[in-house]
Design a protein around this ligand. Structure first.
Ligand SMILES: Nc1ncnc2c1ncn2[C@@H]1O[C@H](COP(=O)(O)OP(=O)(O)OP(=O)(O)O)[C@@H](O)[C@H]1O
Length: 728
């Protein structure tokens, strides 16, 4: 239930008569609404929310959330949206877009439903079904929006529901969704309810909001969005589209004319009226309706990049973490398997800061738990895939480290935008391979991202994660399996990346990379030819989406047959995995696109009949050269050696943990490597057996239906909330 319920008093004591308030609001909106095309002056400070013609209920909700003064994007868009206009709003990450669309949404429903009740003039009312639909590309972002609805809408008599697919029980949602005035949803699950839930009527919905609108298109949700819109039949519908990169980084959209030509925008263009107000917040103070290029990342974000070899990345990360123990850091990697492996690897080294991982292979319950856990911790490291990149508002993130390069400038902007939110300061560090540097820095420069190269002092590279990781992988078959998966996932992400000028597998030293993950041999991997990568990617998606239901049905039939023949296989130890074949999990299919493609392509391109190349032998060098030992990079608090005092202090602190004497280090490392090599040889055969068994079990486990996990989640979380009191 909404917070407003606890403090409810008779309305007469709280509010003046609604009819009176509404007619005054309508009068003010008529008189005070800006002209079409208006945007705030550059010099104009954004005023308080109380200056807007909005209801006391919304004002109190805003006050309760600590929102008094508008942010530039709110100042620019809310007056237009209050006047009932369609809005296309673009502003940097963390600049307050959620409230920019929630305030007009709550106001429109308040005025509509009360007017409907008072005058019975055919406007929307709760009896008409859904009043407003908010679509977000990811579950986490939807959860976050829903939390803001609960705060800002706490004084309104509106019901609100969160519908995001995944582990939730569809039947449970179906029973309730028809009673919701406001639904915050992911596109896949929303469409499913529109198609299947008889009580869910969106035909009178007054408002459609699409948050992270470009991402919705990027993630392949455009067809679902189109399908959803066919259910919204109200000709008076108002549409609000928001995004951080709609107009920002890689594609500058400066006018309505550009809206027509940009293919990505063209897909969204259909959703809004031709008269849409297009507003871009260029800086923290400056809002323009059209205008010159500006950096798409927050002004308070210090952005740097370092260049290192692929096999040095874990050393770089470990050194970074040790130097920033009192920071809250998000580390982006390109695939779930990497997040899981790096988590295990770092945990064993106990760097002295809580470690968490957020990726698409966690079930929804765990993802929510990690989200809240990381949000509440003052210092922690979160290993994340792009699932966490868009729109998530983790409080006070100091650093964003992109350990694997982003696919493009938009992805960079969204990842980096997890820090320096809401006018705070923050730092972003991008780790690039030498082969990636020229192209990626070009892309960032074109997108006007001000990122500076950081020269890392090689003198400060002294330690390695290799010894620990090799021992860990040798002693833990489950971690070894993760390392192999991480290896394959990373390599495939490079092969399947669309920008071939930035990402080329031939530039990678795969043997060294495998060794840096503690693997005795380089895992065999069958890859599509580079010129087939795009086709493989597209085909994989099409197949996956088209065949989900059929695949599930087939799997169930197959499983039933197998059960008749033999007892069920033991459940695999790994319990985090979401079931990729979950029929209801439409969102995750797209959300995990990169990761899932990676998993699926493996099946597509490595048929059992194909001969595999024998994996090369373990490459542990006889001598101990700097590369094999790895390098420890010591960063100062500013991310590099720019502040020598602090950097030296940190280096000394790190050095005090482990001796720096290079000759004794070399001798003990030689000895260690020899022992590990013996152990590896002994365990290699056993590991191969284990791998085979695990692969078989995974295949069988994938065929198991998903109901068990969904039951576990049933009732764990609200599907909806009545913000103040249930609609009459
Ligand atoms: N008017 C305001 N006054 C104070 N704080 C605000 C205001 N509006 C938003 N915030 C805070 O700013 C932060 C960022 O807001 P929000 O998540 O809406 O940004 P966003 O633009 O949607 O970001 P992203 O592009 O990453 O989704 C939040 O913590 C929010 O509580």
């Amino acid at each position: 239930m909404g917070r407003g319920n606890k403090r409810r008093r008779p309305k007469s004591q709280l509010w003046r008569p609604e009819a009176e308030e509404i007619s005054e609001l309508e009068r003010r909106i008529k008189e005070e609404s800006p002209k079409r095309g208006w945007h705030p002056d550059e010099s104009q400070e954004a005023p308080a929310f109380s200056s807007l013609p909005i209801s006391e209920r919304t004002l109190r909700g805003l006050e309760a959330g600590g929102f008094e003064t508008m942010k530039p994007i709110q100042h620019a868009t809310i007056p237009h949206a209050l006047a009932g206009r369609d809005v296309l709003g673009a502003a940097r990450t963390g600049s307050g877009k959620t409230i920019a669309f929630l305030v007009p949404l709550l106001e429109a429903l308040f005025r509509e439903r009360c007017v409907a009740r008072v005058r019975d003039n055919g406007r929307w009312s709760p009896e008409d079904g859904l009043g407003a639909l908010v679509l977000s590309p990811t579950r986490e972002l939807a959860m976050q929006i829903f939390e803001v609805v609960r705060v800002v809408g706490a004084m309104h008599d509106l019901s609100a529901g969160l519908v995001t697919g995944g582990a939730r029980d569809v039947a449970h949602e179906k029973a309730r969704i028809g009673r919701m005035c406001v639904v915050v949803a992911t596109p896949g699950r929303c469409l499913q309810h529109l198609e299947e839930s008889p009580g869910f009527d969106a035909s009178h919905a007054k408002i459609l909001v699409v948050d992270e609108a470009d991402r919705v298109v990027d993630m392949g949700f455009a067809p679902q969005l189109d399908a959803v819109v066919t259910y919204l039949k109200n000709p008076e519908r108002q549409t609000l589209l928001f995004s951080a990169t709609l107009a920002g980084s890689s594609s500058v959209v400066a006018s309505r004319k550009d809206l027509k030509v940009s293919p990505k925008i063209a897909q969204l263009r259909k959703l809004v009226k031709p008269s849409v107000e297009f507003l871009v917040a260029r800086t923290d103070r400056q809002v323009v309706r059209s205008g010159a290029p500006a950096a798409p990342t927050p002004g308070g974000l210090e952005q740097r990049y370092v260049v290192c070899e692929l096999d040095e990345k874990l050393d770089v990360l470990y050194s970074f973490i040790k130097a920033h123990l009192r920071a809250k850091t998000i580390v982006f990697v390109s695939a779930c398997a990497q997040a899981r492996f790096v988590l295990e690897a770092l945990r064993g080294m106990q760097p002295g800061v809580p470690l968490l991982a957020l990726h698409g292979k966690l079930n929804q319950k765990k993802r929510a738990a990690v989200y809240y856990d990381f949000s509440s911790k003052p210092h922690a490291v979160l290993l994340a895939t792009d699932v966490a990149a868009r729109g998530l508002d983790f409080p006070k993130v100091d650093w964003v480290v992109q350990l694997d390069a982003p696919e493009d400038a938009d992805a960079y902007v969204h990842r980096a935008g997890r820090a320096a939110r809401n006018d705070a300061s923050g730092d972003a560090l991008l780790v690039l391979l030498p082969s990636e540097e020229p192209r990626v820095t070009d892309l960032l420069a074109t997108a006007r991202v001000p990122v500076k190269r950081l020269a890392v002092n090689p003198e400060r590279r002294r330690f390695t994660t290799l010894g620990h990781i090799t021992a860990l992988v040798a002693s833990r078959p489950d971690v070894k399996e993760l390392a192999q998966k991480a290896f394959r996932s990373y390599v495939r992400s490079v092969v399947l990346a669309s920008d071939k000028r930035a990402f080329r597998v031939r530039d990678l030293d795969l043997d060294k990379f495998a060794a840096s993950l503690g693997l005795a041999s380089t895992p065999a991997i069958k890859l599509p030819e580079p010129d087939q990568a795009v086709a493989v990617r597209a085909e994989t998606h099409a197949k996956k989406n088209a065949n989900r239901k059929l695949a599930k049905l087939k799997a169930q039939i197959k499983e039933a047959k197998a059960a008749k023949r033999s007892p069920p296989p033991p459940k695999p130890a790994e319990t985090d995995d979401d079931d990729d074949d979950d029929d209801d999990d439409l969102l995750v299919a797209a959300e995990r696109r990169r990761d899932e493609e990676i998993e699926e392509v493996e099946e597509l391109v490595a048929p059992a009949t194909q001969k595999r190349k024998a994996p090369p032998k373990l490459k542990i060098r006889d001598g101990v050269d700097a590369k094999v030992l790895g390098k420890r990079t010591v960063f100062g608090d500013d991310g590099g050696p720019a502040l020598p005092n602090l950097g030296d202090k940190l280096a000394a602190a790190a050095a005090s943990e482990r001796p720096v004497d290079s000759s004794s280090l070399k001798a003990s490392h030689d000895d260690f490597v020899a022992r590990v090599r013996d152990r590896l040889r002994q365990s290699a055969a056993a590991d191969r057996d284990h791998e085979r068994r695990a692969r078989r079990e995974r295949k069988r486990a994938k065929l198991l239906p998903k109901e068990e996990e969904e039951e576990e989640d049933e009732g764990d979380r609200d599907v909806g909330a009545f913000l103040a009191s249930p609609p009459q």
